[in-house]
Design a protein around this ligand. Sequence first.
Ligand code: UDP
Length: 327
Amino acid sequence: MQVLVTGGAGYIGSHACKALARAGHLPVTYDNLSRGFRSAVRWGPLEEGDLNDRKRLEAVVARYRPEAVMHFAALSYVGESVAEPALYYRNNVAGSLTLLEVLVRHGVHHLVFSSTCATYGNPRQLPLREDHPQEPINPYGASKLMIERMLRDFGAAYGLRSLSLRYFNAAGADPDGEIGEMHDPETHLVPIALQAALGQREKIQVFGDDYDTPDGSCIRDYIHVTDLADAHLLALDYLRGGGASTHLNLGSGHGHSVFEVIDEARRVTGRPIAMEIAPRRPGDPPVLTATAARAREVLGWQPRHPELAAILEHAWAWHKNGSRASN
Ligand code: UDP
């Protein structure tokens, strides 16, 4: 089966492409390479293009006639979205609207959407369940929520069936070491800790040690990127099997503090990691953890690497072997 993968050159998208190819499908990456890397596209063709370029997108969809779409392409920095909301609404929301219109026009009816726990905003109860109110506190989360809403409306009106997967903190790397986490600029905790272990940066800043948590640092639910990729394949099967549109959390159910992640990174790498306490980062809730019970029920999804140790070991294997790739 041909599957259009928007954002297939990005971190999670590229891992999904590998999983698709392994399952015998052809992932066709559509990516403008603004944040993704050409070198991460290895399991199918790369069609360079922007979601807002309707003509180009139409041509690619007409050429490959995909049976389904995995939609990862998006800008995803919370801080940047606060500073430049127009960029986020243009790229994420308007781009997705163009995509959905093109899909409907070409009779593509199945879509797996890369959503986020940032659509919930500040948690009222933890762990977060899918029925928690969605009140995003930044334009990034708002842009993803708007897309979830469009999907609902497109489902009712045009029969597009979709599964929105709300990720918690994606981390780790392909256990075979072929691809891994790479952002430019890098803002994420795990790669920053590993860069510090490698001496590529002097130290890691801990954004706040005065939160109301046991050690004072923020707690997040880290989920292995290949477990996310697996969930996307199961989501595809679910939709092809006639499953109704829905949304599911993807997390491990366990939280780890920033200090715990840094300690585990020291243990796994066997290297010192210097750190300093820095001010809180605006928009960071103290704790974000998921219950993924529904994903287990609906998809039969079972994370294969739920432990932080495996996440860090796989990420370290990739970083150590020169994660730098060029476009
Ligand atoms: N964090 C940190 N120092 C860094 C990067 C991140 O203390 O250099 C913290 C951040 O404040 C958050 C957690 O690590 O509490 C995870 O942040 P990340 O950016 O990896 O993911 P996010 O939770 O923003 O999706």
